[in-house]
Design a protein around this ligand. Structure first.
Ligand code: GLP
Length: 240
């Protein structure tokens, strides 16, 4: 079933999400965490690093990330590898060999096949963290993605490229493809935590929760999951 928690402020939403992850790691120190990137997650990782400094260990955790841009090597500043190092992994005690992110710098179909096999080996994911695209995507599963899509190479839609251009020096620099965990793998997680903050997410969150369960809004598939928590701030929850 789906739990929805709308918090007054972004900070309260972030803290609630961080607590949920910290509580899981405290109870299950060897949890498999499915991690996400994007602007929404930056303050969440900051909060988790604070929890780590206050004594929370991630020493036995294993992680799998949702996605990576095709064409960006791990050390490219805009790769999701770099993002994760900068915001989280550089500041906590997760062993390097426990971290898994799709490769952006090998032949894309091979990178996807290898990542799919990796997920089968490392899974099941105990908690999958998710952001929601302004167009309703989860991971890089864009509108049009069926519920059971495999981990694969995807073409990014123009609105996703524009939305993510703010992280690059120019829109032309945003890769046109990504390797993403499929909707099937996302929904196979034991629990899902979706986080939405800011007014840009109000429409897609309302479509996800109150619209049809449909490929038009892949985030609507979360309503099919047996254990999904949605945490939003008041601006993201404005249309609910
Ligand atoms: C990105 C990522 C998603 C993320 C979403 C929202 O493109 N692939 O994993 O959840 O879009 O991003 P943001 O938090 O920056 O709005």
């Amino acid at each position: 079933a789906l739990k929805l928690n709308v918090h007054k402020t972004t900070e309260q939403a972030i803290t609630a999400a961080a607590r949920l992850i910290a509580d899981l790691v405290a109870i299950r120190p060897n949890a498999v965490l499915g991690l996400a990137t994007g602007g929404t997650m930056e303050p969440l990782y900051t909060r988790l690093v604070e929890f780590h400094r206050a004594g929370l260990s991630f020493r036995r955790v294993r992680t799998v990330n949702l996605d990576e841009y095709v064409g960006l090597a791990p050390d490219h500043p805009n790769s999701y590898h770099s993002y994760m190092q900068r915001h989280f992994f550089d500041h906590v005690d997760i062993p390097e060999d426990a971290i898994h992110i799709p490769r952006g710098d090998v032949e894309p179909d091979r990178a996807a096949a290898e990542y799919s096999a990796l997920l089968d080996r490392v899974g099941p994911v105990d908690l999958q963290l998710l952001g929601i695209g302004a167009n309703g995507h989860i991971g890089f599963n864009e509108p049009g993605t069926p519920v059971n899509a495999p981990t694969r190479v995807v073409d990014l839609l123009p609105d996703t490229i524009s939305a993510n251009a703010r992280f690059f020096t120019a829109e032309e620099q945003v890769p046109s493809q990504a390797v993403t965990m499929g909707t099937a793998a996302i929904l196979a997680a034991r629990s899902v935590l979706a986080l939405a903050t800011g007014p840009a997410k109000a429409e897609s969150l309302a479509a996800a929760l109150d619209g049809a369960i449909s490929p038009d809004c892949p985030a609507s598939y979360l309503r099919l999951h047996p254990s999904c928590t949605i945490i939003a701030d008041r601006t993201a929850g404005a249309r609910l």
